[in-house]
Write a protein that binds this ligand. Sequence first.
Ligand code: 4AD
Ligand code: MG
Length: 432
Amino acid sequence: MNYEEITEVRSLDKQVGNTVTVAGWAESIRSHGKVGFLVLRDGTGLVQGVLLKNELSDEEWELIDSITQESSVSLTGEVREEARAPGGFEISVTGLNLIGSSDGYPIQPKEHGVEFLLDHRHLWLRSSSQRSALRVRHEVEQAIHDFFYERDFVRIDTPILTGAIGESVGTLFELNYFEESAYLAQTGQLYVEAACPAFRKVYCFGPTFRAEKSKTRRHLTEFWMIEPEVAFANSNDNMILQEKFICYIVDRVLERCKPELQQLGRDTSELEAIAIPFARISYTESVELLKDKGSEIEWGSDLGAPDEMLLADQFDRPVFVHDYPKSVKAFYMKENPSDPRTVLCNDLLVQGYGELIGGSQREDNIDLLLARIREENLPEEAYDWYLDLRRYGTFIHSGFGLGLERTVAWITGRSHIRELIPFPRLMNRLSP
Ligand code: 4AD
Ligand code: MG
């Protein structure tokens, strides 16, 4: 069996009446008397093989007993349309080959505990819900690249090993780098800021790392983030880009992933209703609203997950919360000239999930930036190069970071972020 001779299941619609060979893994197999049915998954789709005793050699017919869930097999036979079969096609099998057996496959068609499934993540990936979720992730990643490509952004790959703390000291992974300390990147932002004067509109898309010591459904220790940065854009322009970006991604998934969303049981009406403009509310107004709704939040503290959820529920579309207190946000955000207790920033909150995006206008005044670095007790020397961006042609600029897994969790309606990355890294999980 040559690679070239194997037909992909997704293209069987063009092969009706022809004899083809398909290869993949047995999702299910059953036989009674002189007839058997094998549902084969090849990664591009499902097809049912119909096995008739009188169409097969004795050896082939006997093979059926050794084919179990997840055995790898190839089937040869004529393709027929069959509306009732999974995938809509059947193959009348005249050649059957067992490639690799699969005895005692751990994941059975029944309820398993989530820790068990995570321990078997290398196998769990094959399950239909996981395939659907990761296919949506793939589509979202492609949509992200297309969005920025269509708008002439240049992709900048930022370092994973860094010497400057990107966000905050609390969640750093620190490691030995020869004689020095290095950190795993919490963000690529400082580096895309540096690339702005070279290319004006840039973005990075890579893994980022945070030593999150809490176990929540929204936190991974390794997650993927998309961070655009735009020269001469202010905080308002930044929010406009974010809402266009979210709508673009959602539209793409609705256009190309309907079967996956359906398989996951996602009610798409909420996604279909999403439109520009998103709601906007300042942090200060949010605190008042939250207090009215029974929250104990006081001005000056960060919104916790329950506050974010409660707030998002007050709107029928995603909502920007803007201009948070300086004290709860990172050092690089621009002081708000009309209220210096706050910074020009925004989070984007969505229903059922809370924060998908954190963004801000950056502090372009070197004195204010330096003061913030000192206030936060960050090592000044490590930021010397970053301060150069304010020494040599400073400029208004803004950007944001979208968490990929949270976005895909929200779009697919999965509650826990761990299913939206192929191999999740959590506080208690480094394997598989
Ligand atoms: O709000 P954050 O910390 O913003 C930044 O990192 C900025 N440097 C972005 C920028 O302006 N260029 O993180 C951005 C997003 C969050 O809104 C969230 O979606 C996601 O990254 N995120 C996480 N996702 C999964 N697990 C975690 N531990 C996450 N921490 C943040
Ligand atoms: Mg944030």
